[in-house]
Design a protein around this ligand. Structure first.
Ligand code: GLA
Length: 375
């Protein structure tokens, strides 16, 4: 495996890390300007980096294998295919926003599973944003870097994601979930000491490749925006639960389940935060499971594998379980008694084998730290 010095003939100026995430609850609410509640994973993308004076951006990733060289003043939306589009997009977004940044050499490495709904792309964007912020002495706050990283993904890569993943990767704290209001980016760190409560959070990656770029995510987002416009609201966030039943009578039938999901999901986030504030983490279980039912039946972004993982985890005694992230595959989280974690994982694995599905990959999520400089 090539070191930074082998790749670029000089040492790096520093090293940074940015994590993947799982979302506890609040799915498909961010682009409706609602609430989300993610935690950062211990798995990170790491970047070693050094500035260049000649305006070239050179990128190498241990997972991608090839060295990509791009002139920063030639960066244009849609012009960089594959994984390199994410880091290049961040440099483009910084420059577009008027920040005086030039080239750099970057060596990237990741242990965030990709395509698993764990935000490996956001982690890649955020580690580059953090590295550039320090290398070029920009002094931008974490939330502003997250917004620039989202802009890279929306406008440069062309994926219309919301703000959750980048905010999670930039702003999460160890031992806490990030209660984020996507409307104004106000946030609160909500302590979540699973071990103290005798609990564990299993992440079951179904290995069904999730790909947000395939159009389904964009279509859902457009449906929500159309519903908000028909209701005369700036975003579905503004629809109060007490006004939901009446609002649904004024919408075309295909938009009804979307709106019902978004409004009830926002109330589930608030309910989850209330349970956490009360120190009753096990009570999150039924909220997670209700969230899955809503994603499966109303939003329709689950798939047979995520549904089976949820059912098998619940049958094995999980307090609650749900798909996490955008859907169409990806990962399921299950809140379990710590002592039962291995057994629940084994029973989900057995259920997958019986169904003829690929073996799921299992991680245990411990709320970890957001983007940071390592050295
Ligand atoms: C993806 C997007 C996020 C969010 C989730 C669904 O992870 O990147 O912005 O919309 O899907 O909650």
């Amino acid at each position: 495996m090539s070191t930074f010095t082998e790749l670029y003939g000089r040492p790096a100026e520093g090293e940074w890390a940015a994590p993947g995430r799982v979302n506890l609850i609040g799915e498909h609410t961010d682009y409706n300007l609602g609430f989300v509640l993610p935690i950062a994973l211990p798995q990170t993308v790491r970047a070693q980096a050094a500035r260049r004076e000649d305006g070239l951006l050179r990128l190498w990733s241990a997972q991608g294998g090839e060295l990509v060289t791009l002139p920063v003043d030639g960066l244009a939306p849609g012009s960089v295919p594959g994984w390199a589009g994410y880091p290049a997009g961040v440099v483009w977004a910084l420059r577009e926003a008027g920040h005086p940044v030039g080239g750099a050499d970057l060596r990237l490495d990741s242990d965030v599973p990709s395509g698993a709904g764990l935000s490996s792309s956001a982690a890649l964007e955020c580690v580059v944003a953090a590295a550039y912020n320090d290398l070029y002495g920009l002094g931008l706050p974490a939330a502003e870097l997250a917004v620039l990283a989202q802009r890279a993904e929306n406008a440069f890569v062309g994926v219309p994601c919301g703000i959750m993943d980048q905010m999670a990767s930039m702003c999460c704290r160890p031992g806490a979930a990030l209660f984020l209001d996507s409307r104004d980016l106000t946030m609160r760190q909500v302590p979540v000491d699973l071990a103290d409560a005798g609990l564990a959070l299993l992440v079951l990656d179904t290995r069904v490749k999730h790909d947000l770029g395939d159009g389904a995510y964009a279509a859902l987002r457009a449906g929500c925006e159309r519903a908000a416009a028909l209701l005369g609201l700036p975003a579905l966030r503004s629809l109060q639960p007490s006004a939901l039943a009446d609002a649904l009578t004024r919408l075309p039938s295909e938009l009804v389940p979307l709106v019902r999901h978004v409004v009830t999901e926002n109330t589930r986030v608030e309910a989850a935060v209330a349970r956490m504030d009360a120190g009753d983490l096990a009570a999150l279980g039924p909220i997670l499971t209700a969230g899955h039912a809503s994603l499966r039946d109303d939003y329709r972004v689950s798939c047979p594998e995520t549904d089976l993982a949820v059912e098998a985890a619940l049958a094995a005694g999980a307090h609650g379980a749900r798909m996490t992230g955008g859907g169409f595959g990806g990962s399921v989280i299950a809140l379990v008694d710590a002592a039962a974690a291995e057994r629940v994982a084994a029973e989900v694995t057995a259920a997958f084998r019986d169904a003829g599905y690929a073996e799921p990959r299992t991680l245990t999520a411990v709320p970890a730290e957001g983007a940071r400089r390592l050295g």
